[in-house]
Design a protein around this ligand. Structure first.
Ligand code: LLP
Length: 425
């Protein structure tokens, strides 16, 4: 579900024509919809609230890595959303967006001592510990500060899942989390320390997961571990269930709904009396954004192959190059005519700068505006200046209003970020 619809043949973001935005800010540009972010958050919130006995207050901690624009984060924070963060930079963004420390979770497989110290000073809700060595370092950092931060042990349940092998995190050979048997020992070790307070377990098995079965298996494992730990006399009050639920990039109608996901989770955790946390990224943000682009030209080959050369490249939207990801491309102005097959490519000098092969689209021309759909998560955040292309700007729409929430840097600003050493002056 999203709020990018056609009005009189022209694609709009809520009440704002994308043509007007292209005119005002240029292309390529990311455009986000406040109504879509809000709707997704509310659907999840209402669904969780209806299962309060099984899931407790249930924190929704948006995975900041999916879309870290501060205006986007603030839109969610005002609704009560928390933040799942994996770096000091992300914690700082969440704070700048008004997320209180008690709603910030600090995850990540390689947190530095400085980042751990920063998280403690911030008073984050919990630090998800991913290894024994990290626990030792955290204890040392906390001891030096004379504090005892709340921690959850991130479990690797040896259940990997996800839309692509490169976005699976819960498999036994993935670098994330602690194997289940060791997690129990680690919990005991954490409990014995005066400088951390173990409150629960965490897991996140992958991303763009399109069936509930692997998530259910992972949550069952967490349930069993909770019961085991409690039987050993340890207190376990929180379970962080990660993110990972997939979205319909292909317009699929058979994906588990938010309601199904929450119902499954509540059924698995029934009776445990825990406080659940969820870390959705894609679910809240993917369909809340598009990447607006313009056709530079069409390179037609004699063999019939047609390359639609766009002004957006893999540096602006990495997902197809990294994960063979599918993003629907739609003309901003509805076009008539017999569909044709196009290879969608960017201007970058790399063969991986191809968004899709043989995509069927109505006839398009140079200068036409097009939009990549479902680009609100893992879009702008993964962009780079490769080929010395200034970072793509971001625009947030709210009803009939819009604002540039990250400006496109000028070439001067791009060059000014670099300095020449003495010997070259
Ligand atoms: N929690 C943790 C600990 C995570 O590592 C992630 C994502 C999430 C939550 C949010 O997962 P989501 O709900 O968005 O699936 N760049 C890839 C996705 C990488 C996901 C990394 N971790 C892509 O564009 O598909």
């Amino acid at each position: 579900m999203h709020h990018f619809d056609r009005i009189d043949g022209a694609l709009h973001a809520e009440g704002v024509p994308l043509e007007a935005l292209a005119q005002a800010v240029g292309t390529p540009a990311y455009v986000y919809s406040t109504a879509t972010l809000t709707r997704h958050y509310r659907l999840l919130r209402e669904s969780l609230d209806s299962r309060r006995p099984a899931l407790g207050e249930a924190l929704i901690a948006f995975a900041v890595k999916a879309n870290s624009n501060v205006a986007v984060l603030q839109t969610l924070a005002r609704l009560g959303c928390g933040a799942d963060t994996v770096s000091e930079g992300e914690i700082r963004r969440a704070l700048a967006a008004g997320v209180p420390g008690e709603r910030i979770i600090f995850s990540g497989v390689g947190k530095t001592d400085a980042e751990l110290a920063f998280a403690i000073e911030t008073g984050v809700r919990q630090i998800n510990v991913e290894s024994a060595v990290e626990l030792d370092r955290l204890i040392a950092v906390a001891a030096a500060k004379g504090t005892a931060p709340s921690v959850a042990i991130r479990v690797n349940p040896a259940i990997g899942a996800g839309g692509h092998a490169r976005i699976t995190t819960g498999g036994a050979t993935d670098k994330f989390g602690v194997p289940m048997d060791q997690a129990l020992d680690l919990y005991a070790r954490a409990s014995a320390s005066l400088h951390v307070e173990p409150v629960g377990l965490a897991c996140h098995i992958g991303s763009q997961i399109t069936t509930l079965a692997p998530l259910e298996a992972a949550f069952r494992a967490l349930r069993e571990m909770t019961l085991t730990l409690r039987a050993q006399g340890f207190s376990v009050t929180r379970l962080d269930l990660g993110g990972g639920l997939g979205v319909p990039y292909h317009g699929q109608t058979d994906l588990p709904s938010i309601e199904d996901y929450v119902a499954m989770t509540a059924a698995v955790l029934e009776g445990l009396e825990i406080e659940a946390a969820f870390e959705p990224g894609r679910l809240l943000a993917a369909n809340a954004g598009v990447l607006l682009s313009r056709v530079i030209q069409i390179n037609a080959r004699e063999d019939g192959r047609r390359f639609l050369v766009l002004d957006a490249g893999m540096n602006d939207l990495m997902r197809p190059a990294l994960y063979d990801a599918f993003h629907d491309l739609v003309p901003v102005r509805a076009r008539e005519g017999q569909p044709r097959l196009y290879d969608l490519v960017g201007p970058i000098c790399e063969s991986t700068d191809i968004f899709a092969r043989d995509r069927s689209l109505p006839p398009l021309e140079a200068e036409d505006l097009v939009a990549f759909m479902g680009a609100g998560a893992y879009g702008a955040v993964l962009s780079s200046e490769y080929n010395s292309r200034p970072l793509v700007p971001e625009v947030l729409v709210n009803g009939d209003r819009w604002a540039v929430v990250r400006a496109r840097p000028s070439y001067e600003a791009m060059l000014a970020a670099e300095a020449r050493p003495d010997w070259l002056r």
